[in-house]
Design a protein around this ligand. Structure first.
Ligand code: FAD
Ligand code: UDP
Length: 367
């Protein structure tokens, strides 16, 4: 009998398993996919780490989280500075003085602020949706060229039907600073994310290719408690109806050239191009290989049985999630954690912090 059966080997499951083992508990991890790591998994080809499930840049302002992950793997000094491509015009992201200057020819922060102040008058009162939030942050020109098309492809719905918080993830700055994040710490694990996951799970038994929801009876009998990091609606057999997720499709190409796009992440912001991002993986690690691998990321409707990449946190789904969360709270001996079980737009650092807090509470209670 194990102390914990951990469903999912993503960051939440791996951090929980590691800390539980350190506290003297026995753990069994079951993972549906054929590899460890969930969405941070990388595949190595010709010395290049390919981010199989989309570009992953670790960034955090939680010092504790940064120190924690650095115990397992060293991080490089990569700073994410994506470039937006709108019909062949290139703009720096996030929205900053380089973007404003290219777009309007403005030179000073004051001129940029005046432009945006004039355009934001289009929104009256508190922004009620993503469109209003975007216009009130950066005005109508940037909304039309750099936000509307990208967002509607990404989420498969009109910007007026999306929650405002999604666009607040992006900084807006009146300085010449192309760092996509405001966080204090940032980088990519040297040698790839798999190293982090392998170090966390060292000495812990893992069974790959096992779907908990298909073998629930026999697996539950193996442990005192379960830590579940899969989709919360799937755990309850979708008994209240399905939550919506956003899907993705990735197309990776090997190119016989050293440097294809000159940047790790290029965003294609016009509606007509069906993909949102093109990722040239070698640039995450300053690679100098003679070849390169480039992945196009196509947003897609999510269908049952496919990987669920993003929760769709609109009012309807959020209300349904709350009902599942109430059922989860009644579930004896099961801990629900991570992006899918909490139906939250978590970044990696949020997941690590949440797992650390959960496991500490749990170990404290168990001692
Ligand atoms: P997951 O990584 O999804 O792990 C859950 C695991 O559980 C999976 O391996 C899954 O196969 C397994 N599982 C699910 N159900 C079952 C079951 N029934 N039985 C067995 N196993 C099961 N965050 C950042 O901080 N920076 C970024 O740049 C960034 N970029 C991202 C880009 C994309 C395209 C996406 C989708 C996410 C990105 N994220 C980023 C978010 C990041 O991926 C997540 O915060 C983090 O990986 C979530 O970890 P997790 O353990 O909660 O979930
Ligand atoms: N976004 C946009 N244009 C861009 C980049 C992002 O409009 O060039 C919007 C889009 O709605 C996206 C949100 O900002 O969903 C958050 O972007 P982020 O890069 O944080 O998305 P993620 O990496 O989580 O997919």
């Amino acid at each position: 009998m194990y102390d914990y059966l951990i469903v999912g080997s993503g960051l939440f499951g791996s951090v929980f398993a590691h800390e539980a083992k350190e506290a003297g508990k026995t753990c069994l991890v079951v993972e549906r996919r054929s590899h460890l790591g969930g969405n941070v998994y990388c595949e190595e080809k010709e010395g290049i780490h390919i981010h199989k499930y989309g570009a992953h840049i670790f960034h955090t302002s939680f010092r504790e989280v940064w120190e924690y992950v650095n115990r397992f793997v060293e991080f490089n000094h990569y700073v994410n500075s994506p470039v937006a491509n709108y019909k062949g015009e290139l703009y720096n992201l996030p929205f900053n003085m380089n973007t404003f200057s290219k777009l309007w020819g403005v030179v000073t922060p004051k001129e940029a602020q005046e432009r945006i102040a004039g355009q934001r008058l289009a929104v009256k009162g508190e922004p009620k949706n993503l469109e209003e939030q975007a216009i009130s942050l950066v005005g109508t020109d940037i909304y039309q060229k750099l936000i509307k098309g990208y967002t509607e492809k990404q989420w498969g719905r009109d910007c007026r039907e999306l929650p405002a918080f999604i666009i607040k993830r992006l900084p807006v700055r009146y300085t010449f600073d192309n760092n996509y994040f405001n966080d204090r710490y940032q980088g990519i694990p040297i040698g790839g994310y798999n190293r982090l996951i392998e170090a966390l799970l060292e000495g812990i038994e893992v069974r790959l290719g096992v779907d908990f929801n298909e073998h629930r009876g026999e697996l539950s009998a193996l442990a005192e408690k379960i830590v579940y990091t899969g989709a919360i609606d799937a755990y309850f057999d979708n008994s209240l109806g399905r939550l919506e997720y956003r899907g993705l499709r990735f197309e990776t190409e090997r190119l016989e050239e050293e440097n294809h796009q000159g940047v790790a992440v290029m965003n294609f912001t016009e509606r007509e191009i069906p993909y949102t991002r093109s990722i040239e993986h070698k640039h995450f690690e300053f690679g100098t290989q003679p070849v390169t691998y480039v992945t196009k990321e196509y947003p897609a409707d999510w269908r049952p049985g496919e990987e669920a990449y993003y929760p769709v946190n609109d009012a309807r789904n959020q209300a349904l999630y709350e009902r599942y969360a109430a059922m989860a709270a009644e579930e004896k001996n099961v801990i629900f954690g991570g992006r899918l079980a909490e139906y939250k737009y978590y970044d990696m650092d949020d997941v690590v912090l949440s797992a650390l807090q959960t496991v500490r509470k749990e170990m404290g209670a168990g001692l």
